[in-house]
Design a protein around this ligand. Structure first.
Ligand code: GUN
Ligand code: FE
Length: 423
């Protein structure tokens, strides 16, 4: 049995992309860890429940990070003068190689998980490294934290440094199966996700084996797509018989449809690839902080929303320097303004309610009924004390906007995940 209670406060949530609901002094009902909706008064049938009175504070769904690299937390903010491929070779691969050492993993993963716990994030989809023991350690820590997450042991059998590369497709697939067997039925809130790093890191043979594993174990997939122009040109050389980068995954059945899939970035997806993304129902993880740092470009999110693509937000630490999903929301607005001003005058900038949707419900849908307070949604909530930047004349919508731009972890008063109070 999960927890049942009522929260009183100033409540904000998205109904859908267009509709942000803001209700002051209202009551949010949690029954067995599931939202029953928001009410002006406590309905008769719920009068028996305990009420947490957070009057004057903002209550919103927990935020969802659709794309983050746990091992990279330890070196964020470094090498930001480089573009993707040089940054990977110079900083990322040598750093991730250190996770062969479980003691090192213990020390640094505990900082990552500790920081995530303090943040407004309640759900995350995480890349670990190719090492099985440290990936399991990370999953143990995330489970302990109460967060709900997907975690991927990374697969890479080509084009890396010797210290961070699996010997063959067979070895990579075997180690993935070993990992899956070791964690079977071990966790309540921590799920495995198949994680080919990106096409340049995985041979066709490995992609094929990973396709078989996703179908056999019924697992979702995460990877990177069309992030950087040099990367895309390289994929074209590696896979000359594909019409777009996305097809290098799709031809092995690891691009949406029957296996739920997240592709990070999609900065440069052409019309053919966009049609494939839409057709397969792939989730696009928009990572604006990372796209700026690695000078990857500006993803055309307005266009994706108009096309009806599935979109959420990702921190992509350490491409992104910050774990804060509020920060990703503001960055998403800011880069969309640059896109409008400098690239396409027809492409209207994103609005506050739209980025709030992306950071809650947009990404939340990957987890099921997550990211809203509508009846039937899993109860993930954060309570924010906005006293420091609140002025008398603001309505709740404006207070939410300022919270997105200005709040820090210290302003998060309480956090609930699946009805469990984390703090
Ligand atoms: N593409 C392949 N690996 C990575 C990574 O670690 N970060 C980013 N941003 N892109 C990638
Ligand atoms: Fe990434």
């Amino acid at each position: 049995m999960r927890a049942s209670f009522i929260i009183k406060g100033d409540i904000c949530y998205s109904k859908d992309l267009e509709n942000l609901i803001t209700k002051e002094d209202s009551y949010l009902i949690c029954l067995d860890g599931v939202s029953k909706g928001v009410f002006d008064h406590i309905p008769e049938e719920y009068r028996y429940l305990k009420v947490y009175d957070y009057s004057g504070k903002i209550v919103m769904p927990g935020l969802v990070d659709l794309h983050v690299h746990a091992p990279q937390y330890h070196f964020r903010g470094l090498g930001m003068d480089l573009e993707l491929l040089d940054w990977l070779n110079t900083y990322t691969f040598p750093h991730e190689a250190k996770y062969a050492d479980i003691e090192y993993a213990k020390e640094t993963y505990s900082k990552f998980v500790g920081e995530l716990e303090k943040s407004a994030t309640t759900r995350a989809v995480v890349f670990a490294t190719l090492h099985v023991p440290s990936t399991i350690l990370l999953m143990n820590m995330l489970e302990e934290s109460g967060l709900v997450s997907y975690v991927g042991k990374v697969n890479m059998d080509r084009n890396s440094i010797p210290e961070l590369q699996e010997q063959s497709a067979a070895e990579s697939a075997e180690s993935t199966i070993k990992w899956l067997d070791e964690i079977k039925s071990k966790f309540k809130n921590t799920y495995p996700i198949i994680t080919p790093r990106f096409t340049p890191s995985c041979t066709d043979e490995l992609m094929e084996k990973l396709g078989d594993i996703t179908r056999e174990y019924k697992l979702p997939v995460q990877s990177h797509l069309s992030e950087n122009q040099g990367e895309i040109a390289w994929v074209r050389e590696l896979c000359p018989d594909t019409k777009c980068y996305g097809e290098s995954y799709d031809r092995y059945g690891i691009f949406g449809r029957e296996v739920p899939t997240i592709m990070a970035h999609c900065v440069w997806s052409d019309e053919y690839e966009r049609n494939l993304l839409k057709d397969r129902g792939v989730y696009i993880a928009h990572c604006p902080d990372s796209n700026m740092n690695l000078a990857s470009g500006i993803a055309p999110i307005r266009r994706y929303l108009t096309e009806g693509q599935r979109v959420g937000l990702g921190s992509d630490v350490a491409g992104g320097a910050y774990l804060s999903m509020f920060r990703q929301m503001t960055d998403a607005i800011q880069v969309s303004k640059l896109f409008w001003r400098l690239v396409d005058e027809e492409s209207k900038p994103l609005r506050v309610e739209e980025v709030f949707y992306l950071g809650t419900l947009g990404g939340g849908e990957f987890f099921g009924k997550v990211g809203s307070f509508e009846d039937g949604y899993e109860f993930d909530a954060v309570v924010i004390d906005d006293a420091e930047y609140r002025t008398e004349d603001l309505n709740l919508h404006q207070r939410l906007e300022r919270t997105i731009y200005l709040s820090a972890n210290k302003d998060i008063a309480h956090k609930f995940i699946r009805g469990n109070q984390i703090f």
